[in-house]
Design a protein. Structure first.
Length: 455
């Protein structure tokens, strides 16, 4: 985030107060749209209309896309439908689709009907058909495409024409297709210099480019960008026809949004919220798992209540309840976090889940042995007998709880992934609450059995 000096903000507010258009445009001229979008958060609502008048149409459209989702929604509600349509015409198709997806279907149809560029409107309609979480939902249609049988002179002329028509500021790749629009390769721009008189582009293009299909999940797209250090990637349909391209900035935005959503899921927040959201919005997002936690606590109370006599004869057992519950929750969260991370970065294949669970069980055995041994030694140092009921109950229970929590914490995200549910859900309160309840149950069963056996 760009840091603005107090002098800058004072100058901006003074310009707005005086309605000085010329000086205001001069002040904002060299700012990036993302920085200008942040300035909206510092302004009063009544100043926003004049502030917008300082921006030309293209910059204003880019600023709108850089705004926080709630601020953007508020801006759209104040704009006439025709003005929104005109703004969409200034954006790349992928950005236009992202904006429209924030609106309901009725609003989308009305806005699209006001887009004068029929070709762009058609592209937007086509892109809206794709799932948000796939390459098709992420791609744009602005790209330079040449035919494999064209000469270098024909390609250069067509590239210039397409770049001007699409209004492209940056050209990452030139894609080569056959007569049926199937992607055949990528044409590196340096070939224009090294092979200026080549008879056909197919003789100098790079064959077999890295591509994704329209139904490829976004997670896989992001992994390919990272693996191959790409800045752009072509998107093809099921029979290999070129339909669009994805750029690295689109992927970064998506990865950031997914990371934020996964972090919130892991924290027990059931929907996407921001710090400036209303009290009711944040409450609705945070309350569900808190209520589930309450029910988990009640279940623990019920389990402990059934062991009331055991606590009466062995009060020291109650001292280790937090240790059993806390250890199980921590171990389960660790295991699930490692699995979720592996699924996210592609280092873990769901097909190898059996091997993973076996490895996790081995790790759990070592952890359980060390943890339970430490508690056992602590009890001995405290002067307790090696065969003390409390000592044995805590030691054996910890061993069992660590084993269960480790395997359970690994198993749950694997199952969620198999059923196409976000596995990040497994790193949050679900694992902690379940491990806590099962841990208490194990502790009570082991303790009851030892008391019955040894008195």
């Amino acid at each position: 985030m760009k840091e603005y000096t107090k002098e800058f903000m004072d100058d901006l507010r003074e310009i707005i107060a005086r309605k000085d258009v010329e000086l205001g445009r001069k002040l904002l001229k060299d700012l990036h749209p993302a920085d200008i979008a942040e300035l909206f958060e510092e302004l009063d609502v009544e100043d926003e209309e004049f502030f917008e008048s300082l921006l030309d149409e293209e910059v204003a459209a880019e600023v709108l896309m850089e705004m926080d989702e709630d601020d953007r929604r508020r801006q759209l509600e104040q704009m006439p439908v025709k003005e929104i349509a005109e703004t969409l015409e200034l954006l790349d198709t992928d950005d236009a689709v992202d904006l429209l997806q924030e609106l309901d279907e009725e609003e989308r149809d009305e806005i699209i009907s006001h887009i004068e560029d029929v070709e762009q409107a058609g592209d937007i309609i086509d892109l809206l058909k794709y799932d948000d979480d796939t390459a098709g939902g992420l791609m744009g249609t602005e790209m330079i495409v040449v035919n494999e049988n064209w000469s270098m002179q024909e390609c250069v002329k067509e590239m210039r024409t397409q770049a001007e028509a699409e209004g492209m500021d940056e050209i990452y790749n030139v894609y080569v297709v056959d007569d049926d629009n199937r992607l055949k390769g990528v044409f590196p721009l340096q070939k224009m210099i090294t092979h200026p008189s080549v008879s056909k582009i197919k003789h100098v293009m790079e064959d077999d480019p890295i591509v994704v299909k329209t139904d490829t999940p976004i997670e896989e797209v992001a992994l390919d960008f990272e693996k191959y250090n790409l800045v752009a990637m072509p998107v093809v349909d099921s029979i290999g026809r070129l339909v669009g391209r994805i750029t690295v900035d689109d992927v970064m935005d998506t990865v950031r949004e997914q990371s934020e959503r996964d972090y919130q899921l892991a924290s027990g927040i059931s929907q996407d919220v921001e710090s400036d959201d209303s009290i009711m919005t944040q409450t609705k997002a945070r309350l569900p798992w808190l209520l589930i936690g309450i029910f988990g606590g009640i279940a623990n109370s019920w389990i402990l209540g059934g062991f009331e006599k055991g606590f009466a004869t062995n009060p020291a057992m109650a001292l280790f309840i937090p240790l059993i519950g806390g250890t199980g929750g921590n171990v389960g969260t660790q295991s699930s976090a490692i699995v979720v991370q592996g699924l996210a970065n592609g280092s873990l294949d769901i097909k190898n889940s059996g091997k993973l669970l076996l490895k996790e069980f081995s790790i759990a055995m070592l952890n359980a042995l060390v943890i339970s041994l430490m508690v056992y030694i602590y009890r001995l140092i405290s002067g307790e007998s090696p065969l003390d009921v409390v000592t044995m109950a805590v030691t054996l229970s910890l061993f069992a709880v660590v084993l269960f929590a480790s395997v359970f914490g690994s198993f749950v995200p694997l199952m969620l992934e198999r059923f196409k549910i976000d596995p990040a859900l497994a790193t949050g309160p679900f694992i902690t609450i379940t491990s806590d309840i099962v841990g208490m149950l194990i502790y009570m069963v082991v303790s009851s059995s030892l008391i019955s056996a040894f008195g």
